[in-house]
Design a protein around this ligand. Structure first.
Ligand SMILES: [Ca+2]
Ligand SMILES: [Ca+2]
Length: 267
């Protein structure tokens, strides 16, 4: 939900759980059994997660309904469908839509088949399909996604330093340097597998984003598993007080993340 500098923020952005993307998506606390896993809760009972992809933003797509985690069939599975999944989870944009259970077969129900998302839907289960639980598939056809992730460091010498940018699901957008603190930088460096934050700079011109910037400030305490989990507030009065984009330098080069369980295929 980027916006031009100086434009008004809407009143409905007061609840930090609904701030990021203008959908009903919310973000649940991370369950102990699936560390660093993005899970999206809907107002109903369904939940969405990615499994066996080596990180929180790639994996086999699984949906919880009626007490059972199930999968999506790959018939008709494409980037428009994957885009909805990635955005719903706060995982940025879709890099690829995987077929044929490339990230392993799930079990239980196959909830969706012949999914036909337009790409803008707020929840993957709101996309057209054969109908809930209706399919002619097996788990060898389970669908997966690789998402971009929510945060990156851009314009630096490598993936571990540069301008802080977050992904709305549509585009990368810089984060302003207003109230941007070291604990937030620590969370970003750790999430990216880049070690510790060693410096935070501001005053980076927004010119590469045509003046757009992310319309929220992140208020990490430093221990959060990822930036997406951090408290955030709308920029005061709809205008982030800033002098440019935030820039972070981390101590390390890209490292293998400790929770990677499959391989680094997509790093
Ligand atoms: Ca489709
Ligand atoms: Ca089918």
């Amino acid at each position: 939900m980027f916006q031009p500098a100086g434009s008004a923020a809407s009143e409905e952005t007061q609840d930090p759980k609904t701030l990021l993307i203008p959908t009903a998506t919310s973000h649940s606390p991370t369950p102990a059994s699936t560390p660093h896993c993005h899970i999206s809760l809907s107002p109903g009972s369904k939940q969405l997660r990615l499994v066996d992809g080596g990180g929180s933003c790639s994996g086999r797509v699984e949906i919880l309904d009626q007490g059972s985690w199930g999968t999506i069939c790959d018939d008709g599975w494409d980037l428009d469908d994957a885009r909805v999944v990635c955005r719903q989870l706060g995982c940025g944009g879709a890099l690829s839509a995987l077929k044929f259970a490339q990230l392993g077969q799930g079990s239980g129900p196959i909830w969706l088949d012949e999914l036909n998302c337009g790409g803008k839907e707020s929840h993957v289960w709101r996309c057209p399909s054969r109908g809930w639980g209706q399919h002619d598939c097996g788990h060898a056809e389970d669908a997966g996604v690789v998402c971009s992730g929510f945060v990156r460091l851009a314009g630096g010498e490598g993936p571990c330093s540069g301008r802080v940018e977050v992904h709305s699901g549509e585009a990368w957008t810089p984060v302003s340097d207003g109230n941007f603190t070291l604990p937030t930088a620590q969370v970003i460096c750790a999430e990216l597998g880049c070690g510790k934050a060693v410096s935070v700079l501001g005053h980076v011109p927004f010119r590469e984003s045509d003046g757009r910037f992310w319309a929220e400030e992140f208020r990490c305490e430093g221990q959060e598993p990822e930036l997406w989990s951090c408290p955030r507030v709308p920029c005061p009065g709809g205008t982030c007080h800033h002098s440019g984009a935030a820039q972070v330098a981390c101590s390390g080069e890209m490292q293998v993340r400790p929770f990677i369980s499959v391989d680094t295929l997509f790093m």
